[in-house]
Write a protein that binds this ligand. Structure first.
Ligand code: OAD
Length: 253
């Protein structure tokens, strides 16, 4: 087995992190990659390299073929149910315990941050373990059942239930977006972890944080659309870099 080394951590950044009163993180699919949950845009392994998002992640796709969309989300839900938080998730939960004010904004729908112990979590794109009425009658429920043959029906109005995730062409939950924007504008340090930063409005949060004076740190093994516009780039997997960051900022006694 190859053990990946963490990149060099700038001393100035470690010092700022240790002294920061308010820290936020924006996470994407990459933070869960080491838990076995596939990303979307990685060239060989990303979901969008194998599947067409227009056929699976839009309201019109669900209207055309609800069973196809339901089955795809059911198989993703099964995979997520088997996944465990990795050292990257655990390190973010550890940072929350050490700073006065911490907000974790995630684009992920897998619930692994909460499973790792993160408390102040904003889910911008929903959660795959929940379903909601596709007609919008307001019914929302958790969904852990094995997959039925047909998408289940809303008990209130009879329409199909659908995953409670944000699809392309849909608005983000307004309260979640407002909380995320507020967190980005208040924090002293924003950690941007495992996101290609290509999907808006999440991808606009690092810029907003920076305009409000935050230090923006990208943690990602690959360059992204954001890399040129951050203060620090830490190249490496979240499960290696984040624990190293925590150990450097708060060394064990
Ligand atoms: P992407 O798949 O677009 O990007 C994943 C990022 O994670 C890439 O930049 C990878 O280099 C990086 N990565 C891979 N392994 C990593 C690791 N071990 N540690 C850290 N980073 C790693 O995923 P997102 O940016 O989250 O939306 O995608 C945003 C949204 O697009 C998703 O929420 C989803 C998708 O379409 C919807 O479904 C609405």
């Amino acid at each position: 087995m190859t053990t990946l080394a963490a990149p060099a951590l700038p001393a100035g950044l470690i010092d700022r992190l240790r002294r920061a009163r308010s820290v936020a993180a924006l996470t994407g699919a990459g933070v869960s990659a080491e838990s076995g949950v596939p990303t979307f845009r990685d060239a060989q392994t990303g979901l969008w390299a194998k599947f067409d998002p227009q056929e699976l992640a839009t309201p019109s796709a669900f209207a055309r073929n609800p069973k196809f969309v339901w089955d795809w989300y059911a198989s993703r839900r099964e995979r997520v149910a088997q996944a465990k938080p990795n050292p990257g998730h655990l390190a973010l939960a550890a940072i929350e315990r050490r700073v006065d004010e911490f907000l974790l904004v995630t684009q992920n729908v897998d619930g692994l941050h909460q499973a790792a112990g993160s408390v102040n979590v904003v889910e911008l794109h929903g959660n795959i373990r929940r379903v909601k009425c596709s007609r919008g009658c307001g019914v929302v429920a958790t969904w852990d059942d094995p997959r039925p043959d047909e998408p289940p029906r809303c008990a209130a109005c009879g329409a199909f239930l659908r995953p409670d995730v944000v699809w392309f062409e849909e608005m983000l939950p307004p309260a979640a977006l407002e909380q995320a924007e507020d967190g980005a504008c208040r924090c002293e340090i924003l950690l941007v972890v495992g996101t290609a930063a290509e999907v808006y409005p999440a991808a606009a949060l690092p810029g907003a944080a920076r305009r409000h004076g935050a230090i923006v740190v990208e943690i990602n093994p690959q360059p992204t659309a954001l890399s040129a516009d951050v203060d620090h780039v830490l190249r490496g997997p979240a499960g290696v870099v984040l624990p190293a960051l925590v150990a450097a900022a708060w060394p064990p006694p």
